[in-house]
Design a protein around this ligand. Structure first.
Ligand SMILES: O=C(O)CCC(=O)C(=O)O
Ligand SMILES: [Fe+2]
Length: 333
């Protein structure tokens, strides 16, 4: 979806750009342009207006409701590379997630240590807390991992039983955090990237409201179709994923995005970054070392598979993640 920025409408997002464009874009022909029909030179004038308006088109993130047809959600992701689904998480589940996870946020240190290059300190954020191993901390998270719509997202883009959990991490952006470098998530696995398939697909669940001040994600709409590795992005090509707690930003691994700056005085922006990755690729998080066998034994089968406690095999491919050439699931008995 696009909105229009104009000298008189600066900063306003207009959901129906057609009403501001030339007859080519209207259903009612020149009639929509009112008094200009009476202007002798209007055809030329209209062409110039059209060009000017086109230059001023800016992207705007679409919001859909959780109860809409999944095909509408896929259409929005295919068009824009991402979409916000409002009220993705029910109020009760949101409350449980917050109750079970927020104590870890208070305890956790800021920043990450031990990366081989200072780039990663900046990328992960020095004023950001990142917390993994959430299946040990939250049964509500386990419930969310089995959510039917979230499951459909993975199945639709990566194929049923063809993916693992990539990340199930809390990303808590603290005051004074600077913007994360913009990137495409699929570049974790540069040699697996292909124009015709997704490598990874992600839901970023908002556990607090996401606002422009507290670090709402920056996204470049339509950038999933831009050529090049990680092409430069102008600020006017981006929007912010502002959303209420309980909503989710769903996005393609190809979209250019990054965590936003937090300019608030004392607000933490808490997101649950929950991505899937093709099952034959190594996940960003080491789930099998942050989840004990004891916990894994009690998890639903889907979650055991997502965390790699069950082996993987691709259609027409081999068997991966075996123990003694048996399915890893034998350890769960
Ligand atoms: O926290 C966010 O808003 C996005 C984080 C992100 O894109 C990442 O760490 O890969
Ligand atoms: Fe990312």
């Amino acid at each position: 979806m696009v909105s229009i920025r104009s000298p008189t409408l600066e900063g306003k997002k207009i959901h129906n750009p057609k009403q501001y464009l030339t007859p080519k874009y209207t259903t009612s022909g020149v009639a929509g342009l009112g008094h200009r029909q009476n202007c002798g030179s209007f055809p030329v004038d209209l062409r110039q207006r059209e060009k000017r308006w086109r230059d001023l088109l800016v992207p705007e993130l679409r919001h859909l409701n959780r109860n809409c047809a999944p095909s509408k959600i896929w259409a929005a992701i295919n068009d824009d590379g991402c979409v916000i689904v409002d009220d993705f998480i029910s109020p009760d589940l949101l409350e449980a997630l917050r109750r079970e996870l927020m104590p870890s946020v208070a305890r956790h240190r800021r920043g990450t240590a031990g990366a081989e290059h200072p780039f990663w300190d900046n990328f992960h954020g020095v004023e950001t807390k990142r917390i993994t191993g959430l299946c040990e901390k939250s049964s509500a998270w386990v419930t969310l991992l089995c959510d039917p719509l979230y499951t459909k997202l993975g199945d639709h883009y990566l194929g049923a039983n063809n993916y693992y959990l990539n990340t199930g991490q809390l990303i808590c952006i603290g005051p004074n955090e600077t913007p994360q470098p913009l990137h495409r998530d699929e570049l974790n696995w540069p040699s697996a990237v292909g124009e015709d398939h997704e490598t990874t697909i992600t839901a970023l669940f908002a556990l607090t409201d996401f606002t422009e001040e507290n670090g709402a994600t920056v996204v470049a709409l339509g950038s999933h179709r831009w050529p090049g590795h990680n092409p430069p992005t102008r600020p006017d090509q981006t929007d912010r994923a502002t959303m209420k707690a309980g909503s989710a930003l769903l996005y393609s691994g190809k979209i250019i995005h990054g965590g936003g700056p937090n300019s608030s005085k004392d607000e933490w922006r808490v997101g649950l970054h929950a991505g899937f990755v093709l099952g034959w690729l190594r996940s960003e998080e080491n789930h099998q070392l942050t989840t004990s066998l004891e916990t894994a034994r009690k998890l639903p089968e889907r979650v055991q598979s997502l965390l790699g406690f069950r082996s993987y095999s691709q259609k027409d491919g081999g068997r991966l993640g075996l123990i003694d050439y048996e399915d890893t699931a034998q350890l769960l008995k």
